[in-house]
Write a protein that binds this ligand. Structure first.
Ligand SMILES: O=c1ccn([C@@H]2O[C@H](COP(=O)(O)OP(=O)(O)O[C@H]3O[C@H](CO)[C@@H](O)[C@H](O)[C@H]3O)[C@@H](O)[C@H]2O)c(=O)[nH]1
Ligand SMILES: [Mn+2]
Length: 748
């Protein structure tokens, strides 16, 4: 390598990009589907006022059929256009590969500072032990500790979170040297100790140490859990740190003064770990909250963190983590610096986003949390246009771009390779000046939340902020590392998963309808492919409408004997069959190529249907309400703790219903409707011995049949299961009544 470096005269790149394989073949294949879609549209248009010949000549309700037909056409136009949009990301897929050895050779002693932000919001839904696991994994990166700082934002304003951080700061003195000496992974103790067992240890010295550290961890965990249970931090711990005095006033989650406490001051050379090497800085922050000040949820927390960290360490790079996501690879920082520090392209990059993976996914991923193809194809594809989406966690930012600066060509960034020293300022001084930055009124009259920092007013602050950064001229990277860089906690019940998707789809479609619509705001600023790529996500909510139509109307028409598709013997049958089969076979192959199982793909199809008909549809209604000024932005936090009963069912991949939310009513009603119409429709044909009808209705029977098969777990939860996760009988009654009423709707 060194030789080549000399020969070329110019520096060797720190990363490379590679085009995905088989792109040519894919383009041909995609074109055939496009032809199929056009044929379908043409067929619908050509037959828009259907001739009244053939089957049901005299008694087929013509008007009803006409409207159903127009609806089908519109739904298919919707699907087709959406499909076209999803092609943007597959058309020119690019992958990134960093060379971290080259980075180490070249910049060993010139590495920049790194500030790591961890957000938490509620000590019950996000237990303090979860938070400190993330914090400990971040503190033990293979990175010079004097350049590393971890900031925790606690929107719960909880003494217990503070207490557990204090405990973690002590434990880190043993944990970090242990991690580094034996080079263990992952460096979140909970995950590490649950994956490795002492019996498998070969090395004696390691085994001894292992047992000691494990004991230390468990003792610490017990102390924290006991304190939470007792509702009181032990007195002797309270005496250890002045910071506890902040809670003397008996503060409330949504009403308290700003709190900033530096638990470990990285400048302090006496703050050393067990082996005498330095420790990373560790800061606790709970920004000021007052009932009449909007706090803007996570975006508000992140902006306060940006300011507070600029006062204390001001590192040029920032890693943003949610408290439920630990680092799974201790070398990640070196890898992403290959992008940022590349001599040729590095200065363009605002952020590097890693895909979200989880440490609690089951084999077939029953709630389709991972969606391998989305990570490896779709998100990577948008990244191929230089516009990877910012997904809120597992993302490394350049401080300038996150704070709102525009990109300007030729602007070469010089950063201090030493962390900000703040000579002469004591910890107390720093805490005092930081508190001002974390107060409610600090942002008044500033650009924070608009042009600076993360943007306010949207439940997906991350996506809209990333888009705004790109529209200021920056590029971003989607990097799917070979060893997963971060692992988070995925929802383990259907309801939590649907609530999360509702927040996402609502937030994203809000962006589409706002001035930040990628086709308008992004026009001329980001590539057309990137605008389309964004829209795959921003159109989640409206795509629920054609899906709902397709799930309800063809089935109802089947029951009434109204044919909406060409008959089997007609040549027009072919485009329908081809598009449907080819698209699904391809998506299954793509998913399996990305590491999903066939059953995992099947589960994804089910979740696809469930989300679109429930979460996305309700989100769509809420967006309309919001446009009419009837509702405000909220952020429904996802619960990270479940009872043992529930988590057992999750392990067994049994779907968890068990509550009577509106989403489940919709879901059960649609499932029953399709069951009724399928049975009713087939019986009618059989009783009439009507082979012509069978031929005309076969596609509807297939469609309805597939919906029924997909919904199998719903019927199980309605009629067969008796555990706590089944559908309550009140909801069952409600949905039976609703589905029957729908079946009675006359179609004239
Ligand atoms: O008022 C709030 C609400 C949330 N959070 C934090 O935001 C993070 C994400 O919340 P979570 O309930 O876990 O939501 P998810 O759906 O898992 O989050 C995904 O979607 C969010 C946008 O909707 C992004 O912000 C997240 O990074 C992304 O992981 C967590 O660390 C929370 O502690 C706050 O700090 N303050
Ligand atoms: Mn989360």
């Amino acid at each position: 390598m060194g030789k080549q470096e000399q020969n070329n005269g110019e520096a060797v790149r720190l990363f490379e990009t590679r085009e995905a394989r088989f792109r040519g073949i894919y383009r041909v294949f995609a074109s055939t589907i496009m032809v199929g879609i056009c044929l379908i549209w043409f067929y619908r248009l050509k037959n828009i006022i259907p001739r009244t010949t053939g089957y049901h000549d005299d008694h087929q309700p013509a008007e009803g059929r006409r409207w159903a037909w127009i609806g089908m056409f519109m739904a298919e136009v919707g699907f087709g256009l959406y499909w076209i949009i999803t092609q943007s990301v597959r058309w020119s897929l690019i992958h990134f590969y960093p060379f971290k050895e080259r980075l180490s050779n070249r910049y060993e002693n010139m590495l920049p500072g790194m500030d790591i932000f961890v957000c938490t919001a509620d000590p019950i839904m996000e237990p303090p032990t979860l938070v400190i696991n993330t914090v400990l994994s971040a503190m033990s990166y293979n990175y010079p500790p004097e350049k590393l700082s971890v900031y925790v934002s606690d929107d719960g304003g909880s003494e217990f979170t503070f207490y557990s951080l204090l405990e973690a700061s002590h434990f880190s003195k043993r944990w970090i040297p242990f991690c580094k000496r034996f080079n263990i992974e992952p460096r979140a103790p909970e995950a590490y100790f649950s994956q490795h067992y002492s019996s498998s240890l070969q090395d004696n010295k390691f085994a001894q140490e292992w047992l000691v550290i494990k004991k230390l961890y468990e003792d610490m965990k017990n102390r924290i859990e006991l304190a939470v249970e007792a509702g009181k931090v032990p007195e002797e711990a309270r005496k250890q740190h002045k910071g506890f005095s902040e809670w003397n006033l008996n503060i409330k989650k949504n009403d308290h003064q700003p709190i900033v406490q530096i638990l470990i001051d990285g400048r302090d050379t006496s703050e050393v770990n067990n082996e005498g090497s330095r420790l990373p800085t560790l800061v606790y922050m709970a920004r000021e909250k007052r009932p009449n000040w909007p706090h803007n949820f996570k975006a508000g927390a992140m902006n306060a963190l940006i300011r507070v960290s600029s006062e204390i360490t001001n590192a040029p790079f920032i890693l943003n983590l949610d408290c439920d996501m630990y680092s799974n690879n201790a070398d990640t920082i070196q890898e992403i610096l290959c992008f940022f520090m590349d001599e040729k392209k590095g200065d363009e990059f605002a952020f590097v986003q890693f895909p979200q993976y989880y440490n609690n996914t089951t084999k077939n991923d029953v709630y389709a949390n991972v969606c391998a193809a989305a990570n490896e194809v779709e998100l990577a594809g948008v990244g191929g246009y230089g516009a990877a989406l910012y997904c809120g966690t597992g993302c490394f930012h350049r401080r300038e771009s996150l704070s709102g600066e525009k990109y300007s060509k030729g602007n070469r960034f010089q950063w201090n390779t030493e962390a900000k020293r703040n000579e002469g300022k004591s910890v107390n001084d720093l805490e005092k000046s930081s508190k001002v930055l974390a107060s409610c009124c600090y942002e008044k009259g500033t650009q924070w939340g608009k042009e600076m920092g993360l943007m306010y007013g949207c439940p997906v602050e991350d996506i809209v902020t990333g888009l705004a950064i790109q529209c200021r001229g920056w590029k971003s990277v989607h990097y799917n590392a070979e060893r997963k860089a971060f692992l988070g906690v995925a929802p383990t019940t259907l309801e939590v998963s649907l609530v999360q998707h509702k927040r996402w789809s609502e937030g994203m479609s809000q962006i589409f309808l706002s001035k930040y619509c990628p086709f308008i705001y992004g026009h001329g600023r980001i590539k057309l492919g990137a605008q389309m790529g964004y829209s795959i996500y921003l159109l989640w909510a409206p795509i629920s409408l054609p899906v709902l139509f397709y799930v309800i109307v063809p089935s109802l028409c089947l029951l009434k004997g109204i044919s909406l598709f060409p008959e089997v013997s007609s040549p027009w049958f072919l485009p329908f069959a081809y598009v449907f089969v080819a698209k699904n076979v391809f998506s299954a192959l793509e998913a399996m190529n990305c590491g999903s199982t066939l059953k995992g793909w099947w589960n994804l199809q089910r979740m696809w249907l469930i989300r679109r008909t429930s979460s996305y549809f309700i989100a769509f209604l809420d967006i309309i309400k919001r446009k009419l000024g009837l509702s405000e932005t909220t952020f429904a936090l996802t619960d990270k703790v479940v009872t043992e009963d529930v988590s057992k069912r999750y392990e067994q991949e049994i779907m968890e219903f068990g509550s009577s939310s509106l989403m489940f009513t919709i879901l059960a009603t649609l499932a029953l409707l399709n069951l009724f119409t399928l049975v009713g429709g087939i019986m009618k044909i059989l009783m009439d011995f009507d082979s012509k009808a069978l031929e005309q209705l076969i596609l509807q029977i297939v469609l309805c049949g597939i919906i029924v098969v997909v919904n199998f777990p719903v019927y199980q939860a309605l009629f067969i299961r008796r555990d706590k996760g089944c559908i309550p009988s009140s909801l069952m009654l409600k949905s039976v009544v609703l589905a029957s009423l729908l079946c009675l709707v006359p179609l004239y």
